[in-house]
Design a protein around this ligand. Structure first.
Ligand code: NAP
Length: 230
């Protein structure tokens, strides 16, 4: 069993989720920021890859006081469980996701993590070991489910999202398209990694809704299952 997975990201009009230097930037606006905060607060857990932690140092906390209170009144922690996918435990112990705001943290690591690093990380988070060289995402999601996580929001980046799609672990996707062009052949996209070949079964989706927000558009997709041959 695994949690229901919702992917959320913002990209430029030319399909990039950050600049060629992999620097975070503002792609959407205030209204979309509020939507994302709501999506977060309705999730049991929120997950990112270590590349995103190193590039952006996000805290992954809920920002709105009303949403924090609404969670408290439902008997929930102020923040969803924050999960980082990090095979070798590269996360700095002063990363915002480990230091800012109350709540549980999980670091998903692989068996090849250095034992001393493992011991250090256990002081800051629950460490789940899944997979040998890199994190076995199916195994990690199954362990999150066993911890009570039923809804998981995944924010990126492109390497993690690719693996999630490749493994058929995504159920829904919110894609915000902003009114900027970033360019750059090496700038990250929503699904990087190896990519499918023309003979592979692609991930296919149903468009559930689209709506103008701020200066861009939000697309809401449901992933079709099983995927059809390309
Ligand atoms: P990422 O996807 O955040 O993290 C990827 C890393 O996770 C891998 O390099 C790997 O590092 C680790 N990992 C472990 N097991 C994995 C598995 N099974 N599959 C995939 N990854 C696994 O990093 P990224 O691709 O470099 O993306 C970061 C960029 O995305 C940044 O520029 C950030 O600004 C951008 N971003 C944008 C948005 C947006 O909405 N616009 C949202 C999030 C991020 P190890 O081998 O060391 O474990």
């Amino acid at each position: 069993m695994r949690p229901y997975v919702t992917v959320n990201f913002a990209m430029s009009a030319d399909g990039k989720i950050s600049t060629k230097e992999r620097r975070q930037l503002k792609i959407s606006g205030k209204a979309d920021f509020t939507r994302v905060d709501q999506l977060k607060s309705g999730s049991d857990a929120i997950m990112v890859g270590i590349g995103t932690v190193i590039a952006d140092d996000p805290s992954l906390t809920i920002k709105s006081e009303e949403l924090k209170q609404a969670r408290a009144s439902r008997g929930l922690d102020e923040n969803p469980i924050r999960v980082v996918v990090d095979s070798r435990g590269r996360i700095p112990v002063d990363a915002a996701v480990l230091c800012k705001g109350p709540g549980k943290r999980v670091i998903g690591c692989a068996e090849t993590i250095d034992p001393a690093t493992h011991r250090t990380l256990k002081l800051h988070a629950t460490v789940i070991i899944a997979g040998r060289e890199e994190v076995d995402l199916k195994g990690l999601l199954s362990q999150l489910y066993n911890m009570g996580v039923r809804t998981l929001m995944v924010e990126g980046g492109g390497t993690l999202l690719w693996s999630m799609f490749e493994l058929g672990l995504v159920d829904e996707m919110y894609q915000y398209i902003g009114n900027i062009v970033l360019g750059g052949r090496d700038a990250p996209t929503p699904a990087d990694g190896e990519g499918f070949s023309s003979t592979d079964p692609f991930v296919r989706m149903d468009l559930l809704e689209w709506v103008r927000i701020d200066e861009g558009v939000l697309l809401h997709w449901r992933i079709k299952s099983p995927s059809q041959p390309g």
